[in-house]
Design a protein around this ligand. Structure first.
Ligand code: CP
Length: 327
C-alpha cells in the first residue's frame, strides 16, 4: 500500500499511481464504514480548508464542507464573485495568502481553457495542498467516487463494458471534465470503455491517445463510436451524460443547431433493455431529467445514482485526510 500523500496537490488522478488510487479507495471504505457505525474520525483537527467556487455546486461543495467538519476541521466557503479575484487579483496572490491562513485550498473553475490553468497556477505558489473540485479538463473527485461505486457493485472491474455516452441536455453548456476524467481512469483498472457521442462532441485527441496507452498498459480497451445503440449493447455500466462541444465550438451558447440535431441521444428504457440484466446506470448529477434520461430509468432498478453521489463524501474525506493529515 502506497501511503506517501502528505502535502501533495490533487489536480488530476493522472498524478497518482494505481496503487495510490487503491489507497484512496481503501481509506474511503474505512471512512464509509466508520460513518455508518457512528464512529468519529477526527483525523484533521482544527485544520482549515478554503473552498473557492467560480460556479454552482451541490454535491462537491457539501461533500467537502460536511467532510472536513466530520474530520474535525472547518471549511470557509468562498463564492469567488465576492472575492478580490472578481476584480482581477491573481491566482498567485490568492494562493499564497490563503495558504498562509490555513491548511488546504480547494477550487472549482470550469471556464474553458482557463480553469485548469488557474488551479495549476495556484498549485505552483501554494504552500498547502490544492484540490481540484472540477476544472475545464478534470473532475478527479467525481471519477474517484465513480470508481468506488463500480468496485462496490461489481467487486472486480476488469473487462467490465463501461459506456460513457453523450446525452442531450439544455440546462447549461457543461464541461468535458467528467467524461475526460472517466475515460482516462477506467482503462487503468482494466475496463473496456466505449465512448459514444454524435460528431462534433469529440474529446481532445490527447485524451483518447492517453486513454489508449493506459488501456494497453493495464489490460482495458477504448472504443469510439457514433452509434448510441452499440454503446448500450451488452454494457455492464452505462453513464449517459451531456457535455458541451467545447473542442469544436468555444461559444458559451447553450443551445445551437448541433445540439438540437441530437435530441434522440436520450437514455430510455429501450436503450437500457440492450444492456446486460445486471447493468447499472450512473450519472454524476445534476441530471437534466426528461432530456438526458427518462424518470423510469434514473429512478428505476438499474440506477445507482444516490450510492454514487454518497460516495462523493467518503472519497472527499479520504483525499483530504491523506493529503492534509498524516505525520
Ligand atoms: N457531480 C458534481 O460535481 O455535482 P455538483 O456540480 O453539484 O458539485
Amino acid at each position: 500500500m502506497q501511503t506517501v500523500f502528505r502535502g501533495r496537490h490533487f489536480i488530476t488522478l493522472q498524478d497518482y499511481t494505481n496503487e495510490e488510487i487503491e489507497t484512496m479507495l481503501d481509506v474511503s471504505y474505512d471512512l464509509k464504514r466508520k460513518f455508518a457505525m457512528g464512529i468519529d474520525t477526527p483525523y484533521l483537527p482544527h485544520k482549515t480548508m478554503f473552498l473557492m467556487f467560480f460556479e454552482q455546486s451541490t454535491r462537491t461543495r457539501n461533500s467537502m464542507e460536511a467532510g472536513i467538519a466530520q474530520l474535525g476541521g472547518h471549511a470557509n466557503y468562498l463564492d469567488t464573485s465576492t472575492m478580490q479575484v472578481s476584480h482581477g487579483e491573481s491566482a498567485k496572490d490568492t494562493a499564497v495568502i490563503l495558504s498562509r491562513f490555513g491548511h488546504g485550498i480547494a477550487c472549482r473553475n470550469c471556464f474553458w481553457e482557463e480553469g485548469n490553468k488557474y488551479i495549476t497556477e495556484m498549485a505552483k505558489h501554494s504552500s498547502v495542498p490544492i484540490f481540484n473540485l472540477q476544472c475545464d479538463l478534470y473532475h478527479p473527485m467525481q471519477a474517484l467516487a465513480d470508481l468506488m461505486t463500480m468496485e462496490e457493485k461489481f467487486k472486480n472491474t476488469k473487462k467490465l463494458k463501461v459506456s460513457i455516452i453523450w446525452a442531450y441536455a439544455t440546462t447549461h453548456k457543461k464541461p468535458i471534465s467528467v467524461p475526460v476524467s472517466q475515460v482516462l481512469l477506467f482503462p487503468r483498472f482494466g475496463m473496456d470503455v466505449t465512448l459514444a457521442y454524435p460528431k462534433g462532441y469529440e474529446l481532445p485527441d490527447w485524451v483518447i491517445e492517453k486513454a489508449k496507452v493506459y488501456a494497453a498498459q493495464y489490460g482495458g480497451s477504448v472504443t469510439l463510436t457514433h452509434n448510441m445503440e452499440e454503446a448500450y449493447k451488452d454494457a455492464d455500466v452505462v453513464i449517459p451524460k451531456n457535455w458541451g462541444n467545447w473542442v469544436t465550438n468555444q461559444s458559451k451558447d447553450v443551445i445551437d443547431d448541433l445540439l438540437e440535431a441530437n435530441k434522440a441521444w436520450k437514455c430510455t428504457e429501450e436503450m437500457m433493455a440492450l444492456t446486460k440484466p445486471t447493468s447499472i446506470y450512473m450519472h454524476a448529477l445534476p441530471a437534466d431529467r426528461k432530456n438526458e434520461v427518462v424518470d423510469s430509468v434514473i429512478d428505476g432498478p438499474h440506477s445507482v445514482i444516490y450510492d454514487e453521489a454518497e460516495n462523493r463524501i467518503h472519497t472527499a474525506k479520504a483525499v483530504m485526510t491523506l493529503l492534509m493529515g498524516g505525520k
